[in-house]
Design a protein. Structure first.
Length: 234
């Protein structure tokens, strides 16, 4: 579904990643790991086309309408006047359009998604009033509504409660089982073991493919400290 071919990416004048190669198959969950500043968020931006390569290319077989990106929560504007239901339903926009009225089928699916994520009692709550875990569930609900075939998540478990982590892992595993290719930036070793099928380890500008078991053996300590800045590239 996605191939990186000798991909090199930079932030400003700083080369962050150099000659990254690899394939991301349908139905697999790939964890991006590495120390802060290694290029995890930079690679996500390059895959989504937000950041243009300085060399190499990203080849993606998934239509743009079926690609979804769940950024770090710190990058969100919580002052935007949108309810949980409105956010979830906005997942229809890439294929449905943002100005068309939703039909009964779309509303039923939105209700089913909110119920699955434990959000049915919060559907009219503004985003700014949600906890971190509730907000992350709503963001994943938008992705489910979009029916994405390629999903990229940047630190989806940061600042959320244990119950939300369990729900998100279950939903992401179900999505992968349905054929979705998922790429997720992770820092926690337990989450890595529970979620990932493959691991792409970034360090000092280079990328190494490995497995969750090999990663656990090589890194008994936490994979990295979480970045606390919204604009920093992890």
């Amino acid at each position: 579904m996605l191939t990186l071919e000798s991909l090199s990416l930079a932030q400003g004048n700083r080369l962050v990643l150099e000659n990254v190669d690899g394939h991301f198959e349908a139905g697999t969950i790939t964890a991006l790991v590495g120390p802060n500043g290694a290029g995890k968020s930079t690679l996500v931006q390059g895959i989504m086309g937000v950041l243009k390569p300085i060399a190499g290319r990203v080849r993606c077989e998934v239509p743009k309408a079926r690609r979804a990106w769940l950024p770090q929560q710190l990058a969100l504007d919580l002052s935007f006047p949108m309810s949980v239901e409105e956010l979830v339903m906005s997942g229809c926009w890439p294929t449905h359009g943002s100005f068309k009225r939703y039909g009964s089928a779309e509303y039923r699916r939105g209700q089913q998604i909110m119920h699955r994520l434990g959000l049915q009692a919060l559907e009219h709550r503004p985003l700014g009033e949600l906890s971190g875990g509730q907000r992350q569930r709503a963001l994943l609900g938008r992705t489910l509504m979009q029916e994405a075939q390629l999903l990229l998540l940047d630190e989806p478990f940061a600042n959320v409660d244990a119950a939300t982590i369990d729900i998100l892992i279950e939903v992401l595993r179900d999505m992968a089982a349905s054929g979705v290719s998922i790429i997720v930036v992770l820092h926690d070793q337990d989450q890595l073991a529970r979620l990932a099928d493959r691991v792409l380890h970034l360090d000092r500008g280079h990328a190494t493919w490995t497995t969750p078991n090999a990663q656990a053996s090589a890194a008994p300590a936490p994979l990295a400290h979480r970045s606390r800045t919204a604009g920093g590239s992890a």
